[in-house]
Write a protein that binds this ligand. Sequence first.
Ligand SMILES: [Zn+2]
Length: 432
Amino acid sequence: MRLLIKNGRVIDPSSKTDDTLDLLIEKGKIVDIKAKIETKGAKVIDASNLVVTPGFIDMHTHLREPGQEDKETIATGALAAAKGGFTSIACMPNTDPVNDNRGVTEYILSEAKKNALVNIFPIASITKDQAGKELIDMADLADAGAIAFSDDGFPVEDSQVMRRALEYSRILNTPIIDHCEDKKLSNEGVMHEGYYSYFFGLKGIPASSEETMVARDIILAKKADVPIHIAHLSVKGAVNIIKEAKKKNVKVTTEVTPHHLFLTDSHLENYDTNLKVNPPLRSKEDAQALIKAVKEGVVDVFATDHAPHTLDEKDVEFDKAPFGINGLETAVSLFLDKLVTKNVISLQKFIGMISTAPALILGLENKGKICVGADADITILNLHKEIVVDVNTFKSKSKNNPFQGWKLRGIPAMTIVGGKIVYSSASLENFK
Ligand SMILES: [Zn+2]
């Protein structure tokens, strides 16, 4: 099918394009871009007053299949991603069984091919069963289609194991995504350690739990001369370590989630388990440091850390609830409303951090950009439409999202994957 997207404001950070242009899509690729394209036999999308961007990529999603399909399946996670404006998602390996062998990677890819509306890129674990002891056969998993390696949810405590993983990742040219946490320092804490943890009587996770591991792994990555990507940055101390490392040309990149930017430990006053997340919501000072780091370019990527859990699992005492926030369907509106609309960062910068940058880090050569020959993965934004977050409208199987009731301006209006429209909000039609 041919698709002609007309009159949109096309923003492509990779070529510094920001102009009103038409885009012609054929056989899953972008085949023409210019001010006016006249052609017959194509389906026309009028994108007047809308923003046409490279498809958004979430490099930190937890799908729960195989093993925990009551929380999410590959199909429902992909549907949630499509509605959230994401054309590609990379899924973490903490499934059941863990994605530490070829069989699981191949299963995810084949289910994705059959049932997923968006591109799914499996991330394999670093160690067998994510136990931190024995490296998986990284070459075999990269060959099977793993796009990166991560023990996300668990840190790799053994420095020698991490060093070897980094060395293999250099040979395979497949990045390590690093969950930085010293579990001994976290000491089974459930929230950020500070004034509010004492005030609320909950066990705290100190900032040093993250800082020490960020420092260690930057040292190891520098020694191995290999890129490392630090997942879900949450504390000011870690921002400073990464900032210094970047100044010294260490190949470190990092990501931040909406909840670590827009929520803090003080929000836990009602012991709402939907706010229980790892790393925990940190102090106001940390959140401010993260926003500054986004503005200064210390943070490279916006990611969701979408972690679906059932209602029953979260409907328990705070101490006992699982960590995780459901994020795919609220992330884009949160970033647009809180950062772009309020002029904290430019629209171009936002788009770059959620499409171009993750494509570069994950080595997705034909994604994250709008140019002739690139994959026709496109996200169309309506910057004017206001929504009130309602978890009951989520396509995700789970509803554990703390932004319920938030009024936000700016939405993903249409999601196109490989030249196929996989999601269209009613607002696209209404806006014309
Ligand atoms: Zn993690």
